[in-house]
Design a protein around this ligand. Sequence first.
Ligand SMILES: [Ca+2]
Ligand SMILES: [Ca+2]
Length: 354
Amino acid sequence: MLILAFALLLSAFVAESQPSALSSPRTASVDGVVITTSHSQIHEGLTEHLTINCTFTHHQGSNFNTIWSLILSKTDSPSDSVYSEIASITAFSNNKIEENNTMGAFVTGHHKPDAYSFIALEWTFPSSQVEGNYRCEANGMDHRGHPLTSSANVAVAETSVTIDMLLTKMNQMNTKMEDMEMKLTNYTALEKRVNHLDAELNDLMLRVEHSKNAITVASDSYGGSHYIVSKLVWGNVVEANRLCRLYGGYLVEINDRHEYDFVAGFVNKQTHFSGVAGAWIGATDEGHEGTWSFITSGGTMSTFVWHDSEPNGGTEENCMVMWMATKKLNDYPCFESDPKQLPALLCEIPDRVF
Ligand SMILES: [Ca+2]
Ligand SMILES: [Ca+2]
């Protein structure tokens, strides 16, 4: 069992590691015939994959006018020179590969006389049987009608695993495992930290939510936003907007007549503001008298339903409220100190936040 586990571990490593110089892929090419092996050397039981790819590509200027067949042959060992056919495909086999002895390979291929033809053999954990010389042979006709054959060869050798190889690989595996253990330790510490921060964030969000609920008198939805009106009154427009920002929104920005009608209707439903003059709207004409822009988004406000004789404050009144009495707009000082005149908060919070 221990040996099996070790073999599996080692094979996983061999599969992952860079191929050594001896087992690196090899390609041979003659006259459009190409044969490639993924490994020129394998170790039975340790090499995870092996592929042999026998191909013919019809190039412009090729000696071949057409090919009739592609034949893959193999010798019993790399030192042997007697080839036996193991797989073939012909112009007449309807893209079916004729297999003689493919040693348990997964076989694919097709034949296209004037384009690209191939036979591919693929093994998972190949046995030592796969060693030998492989020959890829294209048979066809030249441009004058004479028979023509071209072939290319590669070799695959099987070698036993030596103690030195095992020791080297075990050392490399050891280093890799130590590295992974260190990463795991770091990851565990990071995960703890993230969990802690997550808990802190949830706690903070809950506190913000509670604080929002505590000051909210009423809420309603319109056009992808949630609107809340507070029981608090606030004499400073900057501070008022900051509180809306804390809840993920901003002082209401009225973008069109429909939104104005909604906000006016929403405010009209509130009956507990008998002593409150108005509610803050998130717009200002500070620095550009008469042109109103939104405090948070910076866009230009273009819909106004002014209260009678408003706006009337000139540069003394550069912020805006909705009058509770008429639900119409009034230019207003950005900093109101008279406790009887402090406006309520009116926040607009996009639904994705709410
Ligand atoms: Ca003004
Ligand atoms: Ca005014």
